[in-house]
Ligand binder design. Structure first.
Ligand SMILES: [Zn+2]
Length: 350
């Protein structure tokens, strides 16, 4: 199966009332772990690469590794997504490479650090949407600013400084026509999200629910949504790691989000922790080992286990054969005819 449109994956998820995990990759083992989990749980899947990942792995390697996944597993719908594009040029280069979906994170300026104005965000996102939809490529935008920093991208802070305003989210969706919208509800990138189990004072699920009510046709995206489970932190620390105690987003909060319009859930930190813990364990227990396969195999298995668990928790498990993937050309025709238009004034009238 060729790579498919993320829009179709998310539309189908909305119909089925489930969420789809978007897992970040940097190398072959992570792609293999995700595919093994997708096959195991019969899940459609979003594989995403940040700018940092594209630099680390190099574009052509990354693209061909993901193509290999599609070739080996034709039964699995796979969307290939650019995570946190910082500019029109980054998104365009991803599309030229063959990504079927891009995130234009116009909440920050092109430096990936400084919060942008609302008008700047609308302008750059609209430009990416026009270019992408003509080519059948999906666009995720962001309104409000997430906390933390990942891969050098992010404004820092706790995530509470720029919570998304529902009115602005509606105006943003209307003026840009994005397919999916990342909103800031207090989550942060990286491992250190919350200093205690989050409650409504730091994780604004009520804002998410309000936005979904006002924007029922735009798929919501939760970023910084690793759960950072204690058992994964413990394995890292048991074998020589030095992680400070921390809390992520509890799975039940993500599930509440999924019941309220969240269709894409970004998970990166949990997989990093799972792999690092597995590698540390081997090297700690067997300091005489030096064959890469001795520690990369358990690392890959640890990530597969985590991804399978998330796929079941998000509800995407069992859904990979529900629909026939449309070609990117068919999706482009859907945008041209207005059938796939998500702007509230138009989508609401359908
Ligand atoms: Zn993110």
């Amino acid at each position: 199966m060729p790579l498919v449109s993320m829009r179709q994956l998310l539309d189908e998820a909305a119909k089925g009332g489930y969420g789809v995990g978007a897992f970040n990759v940097n190398d072959m083992e992570q792609i293999q772990a995700i595919m093994a989990a997708a096959v195991e749980t019969k899940s459609p899947v979003i594989i995403q690469a940040s700018r940092g990942a594209r630099q680390f792995a190099q574009d052509r390697y990354l693209y061909h590794l993901i193509l290999a996944a599609a070739e080996l597993h034709p039964e699995v719908p796979i969307a290939m997504h650019q995570d946190h594009g910082n500019s029109f040029e980054t998104c365009k280069s991803a599309m030229e490479l063959g990504f079927t979906s891009v995130m234009m994170d116009g909440s920050l300026q092109a430096d990936g650090k400084t919060p942008a104005s609302f008008e700047e965000n609308v302008e750059v996102t609209r430009r990416v949407v026009d270019y992408a939809h003509e080519r059948g490529v999906t666009v995720e935008g962001e309104i409000g600013v997430l906390g933390g920093i990942e891969d050098g991208h992010g404004a820092g802070g706790t995530g509470l400084e720029h919570i998304t305003e529902p009115d602005q989210a509606v105006e943003f969706a209307e003026r840009t026509g994005v397919d999916a919208l990342a909103i800031a509800i207090g989550t942060s990138h990286g491992a250190y999200k919350f200093t205690k189990k989050p409650d409504g004072s730091v994780l604004k699920m009520d804002v998410l629910i309000e936005i979904h009510k006002r924007l029922p046709h735009t798929h919501l995206v939760m970023h910084g949504s690793s759960s950072v489970p204690k058992d994964l932190q413990d394995i890292v620390n048991q074998y020589g790691g030095k992680l400070k105690e921390t809390w992520g987003v509890p799975v039940e909060e993500i599930q509440l989000g999924i019941r309220n319009g969240v269709r894409k859930i970004n998970v990166d930190t949990d997989n990093r922790l799972a792999m690092t813990g597995a590698i540390r364990k081997v090297l700690w227990e067997h300091p005489e080992k030096f064959d890469l396969r001795d520690y990369m195999k358990p690392a890959r298995e640890a990530m597969q286990k985590l991804v399978s668990q998330r796929m079941r928790e998000f509800g995407q498990a069992g859904h990979f054969g529900d629909y026939k993937p449309a070609s990117i050309e068919e999706i482009a025709a859907g945008y041209r005819s207005g059938k796939l238009d998500t702007r509230p004034s138009l989508a609401g009238a359908r």
